[in-house]
Design a binder for this molecule. Structure first.
Ligand code: NAG
Ligand code: NAG
Ligand code: NAG
Ligand code: NAG
Length: 619
């Protein structure tokens, strides 16, 4: 037993109070209906930014612009398939360096609302779930399916300890962590699954962290989406009845802070549908109503960014999203300040002091002009092992274990088809687009939900090539088990299969002086139809000006070299203009993501189009 002198006791008490005051804390105050940060009432005004859609070199610039708009927090998703491409192989390097991103947020003075999934929707391939989960054919994703849960547990065993290190109470920027995502919109309504996730998150992150769910602002959505012990929030966009929307949240959470976790500043696009524009006036009006009520808000998106490579998702009935995820957000895809940005900043200013300091300007863009092709190479596809195609075969379980891109199937015509003979995928089995040629001559295109039959002609013994393109997995709804490549064709004979491998362009861009390549730019494809483009080996995304609405692709400056020649590889899938002379791509300083659209715009072969899949090397 130690007895203290009175002054020692007092000293200990003061120390205890001091350490209480300096230990960061973040919690919910159910009495005052607000968040408590370090014991004081706190409201966040946040914006969504997905680090996976922005090159690492630009993270700081974009975050700084968000901070300067008056935001005190950002919200981000963690796409599982971006970090675990192959089971058990984790990638947190480069553009996937989540901890670096979190550190930048903290350095700039932004708190973080973390949305680790496992499912994220986000117009991202398969809603962030890795396609290798589909190896189990009848897996029920986002449920208590034991194989699904085992994979989730393993992944979260990697991810959640990282998040834990950056929680607010542990000295980091993360104030809240979302469990699942709009689960109330999913058919499964599996409470055991949500309970499992809740326990999993608690076991890694502790009892103190504020966990939350997000659902549509309707009692029906909250029914399956919310769970005892996890704070329920809602999402809704401009034009909604703000009072009614928060009444839905109150149905699930009678007390606590009002939170709109996704207030839509814009909206997503689909290939073949008009670019969506959400008027600034509507955004500003609803934002003002939300802030006036004292509610917390996250603006989704504050900057959309880009679906580089093959990362875009799709909606159902099948409609893939384009490469640009500009979202008509206050910062453009390329991080430029818009009229919407300044209008939102003015609204925030009425509720909160804006930070001092200089607003970073939009990055300069440069029109490098036209590049001419000097060489057209017919792409040769290697022939691999024999495989029977009458059975359903798909990209995810194929021998190659290739999750993205293209797959080639080949066979020979078993009989003469001298008159136009239908070739069809009666069960809509082409996932998602098939380019068919007979003896190397373009014959037509099958497309999921859009073109299920073409006519072909050819002699017995003619070679049939079917190149199937994965255009992005469905990211929302009950059809997220989106198997790729192809399921059934009319032909039931044996096919030989080959995998398509991406080839790096080996030619040099000789015509450009070195000093030019240091600014952001946009690439466009006059008279080209549809394909994929790589710049110095980096997959910049899909172009499809013949369908629209996106016409130009964002090319961030860091992809371009100032010291060695730059290389551009174009994989044109339908018909490159090279066969008819003029064969150029163009670098412009003005983005066009609102071009005219054609909902089908199918390419019809003509005698001048000799083949699909030409790989063009631009010099
Ligand atoms: C908005 O919803 C509230 C609560 O449901 C209702 O009282 C009000 O009339 C609605 N306002 C409009 C303009 O519909
Ligand atoms: C295929 O050819 C038949 C007979 O010439 C014709 O009736 C049919 O419309 C054609 N189908 C397509 C999809 O072109
Ligand atoms: C372009 O390709 C050439 C030849 O392979 C190579 O030497 C050069 O480094 C490449 N340029 C870049 C920027 O990767
Ligand atoms: C496309 O967007 C640009 C820039 O916002 C605008 O000037 C132009 O009028 C738009 N075009 C169409 C067809 O909507």
């Amino acid at each position: 037993i130690v007895s203290f002198k009175p002054n020692v006791k007092l000293r200990l008490l003061i120390d205890a109070l001091a350490s209480y005051a300096t230990t960061p804390s973040f919690s919910i105050d159910y009495r005052q209906n607000c968040f408590l940060k370090d014991g004081e009432a706190f409201r966040y005004i946040s914006g969504s930014i997905h680090y996976s859609r922005i090159p690492r070199v630009y993270w700081k610039d974009r975050l700084l612009k968000m901070y300067m708009a008056g935001l005190n927090a950002i919200q981000t998703y963690v796409p599982w398939n971006f970090h675990e491409p192959v089971p058990g192989q984790y990638d947190f390097s480069g553009d996937r360096d989540l901890e670096h991103f979190l550190q930048l947020c903290q350095d700039i003075g932004l708190l973080v609302i973390m949305r680790p999934g496992p499912y994220i929707c986000a117009e991202w391939d398969m809603g962030g779930l890795p396609s290798w989960l589909l190896k189990k054919k009848d897996i029920v994703l986002r449920s208590s399916d034991p194989d699904y849960l085992a994979a989730v547990d393993k992944w979260m065993g990697q991810l959640l300890p990282i998040i834990n290190r950056h929680l607010y109470q542990n000295g980091g920027p993360i104030i809240t962590v979302q469990v699942e995502n709009e689960y109330g919109s999913y058919f499964a309504c599996d409470y055991n699954y949500m309970r499992h996730l809740s326990q999993l998150f608690r076991s890694h992150l502790g009892e103190e962290v504020v966990l939350f769910t997000t659902d549509g602002a309707g009692v029906g959505y909250l029914k399956c989406g919310s769970l005892q012990g996890i704070y329920a929030t809602v999402d809704f966009g401009p034009g909604s009845n703000v009072t009614a929307a928060f009444e839905a949240q109150r149905h699930a959470e009678p007390r606590g802070p009002l939170v709109n976790s996704e207030f839509y500043t814009g909206w997503l696009d689909h290939w073949g549908e008009k670019h969506v524009v959400i008027p600034t006036a509507a955004v500003v009006k609803s934002l003002n109503e939300i802030l006036e009520m004292g509610a917390n808000v996250n603006l989704y998106m504050f900057i959309g960014g880009t679906n580089f490579g093959y990362w875009n998702g799709a909606n159902s009935p099948y409609g893939p999203q384009p490469t640009s995820y500009d979202y008509d957000a206050p910062l453009t895809e390329a991080g430029d300040l818009t009229e919407k940005y300044f209008a939102i900043r003015e609204v925030i200013k009425m509720y909160k002091e804006l930070p001092g300091g200089l607003l970073p300007p939009s990055t300069p863009k440069f029109a490098y002009g036209q590049l001419c092709s000097v060489m057209l190479v017919i792409y040769m596809v290697p022939l691999c092992s024999l495989l029977c195609l009458i059975c359903a075969l798909n990209m995810d379980v194929s021998l190659s274990r290739q999750a993205f891109g293209f797959m080639l199937y080949q066979t020979v015509l078993p009989v003469n088809c001298l008159k136009p003979t239908p070739l069809s995928s009666p069960l809509n089995g082409v996932h998602d687009r098939a380019y068919i040629s007979i003896d190397g001559i373009a014959a037509g295109i099958l497309e999921r939900n859009k073109a299920l039959t073409i006519n072909i002609t050819g002699k017995a013994g003619s070679r049939v090539d079917v190149l199937v393109e994965n255009m992005g997995r469905i990211n929302y709804g009950k059809e997220i088990n989106d198997f790729k490549a192809t399921k059934t064709f009319l032909f039931t004979s044996c096919f030989s299969k080959a995998t398509f491998t991406q080839q790096r362009c080996s030619q040099k861009l000789k015509s450009f002086s070195l000093a030019f390549f240091f600014k952001d730019t946009y690439i466009q494809f006059p008279n080209w139809r549809k394909g994929q483009v790589w710049i110095n080996g980096f997959n910049v995304g899909r172009y499809w000006p013949s369908r629209g609405p996106q016409v130009t692709l964002f090319v961030p400056a860091h992809l371009l070299s100032t010291s060695v020649q730059n290389n551009i590889t174009v994989l044109e899938l339908e018909a490159s203009p090279c066969s008819s002379g003029s064969c150029t791509v163009e670098f412009t300083d003005t983005p066009v993501i609102n071009g005219t659209v054609k909902s089908t715009g199918h390419f019809k072969s003509s005698s001048t189009d000799k083949t699909f899949w030409s790989r063009t090397i631009l010099e």
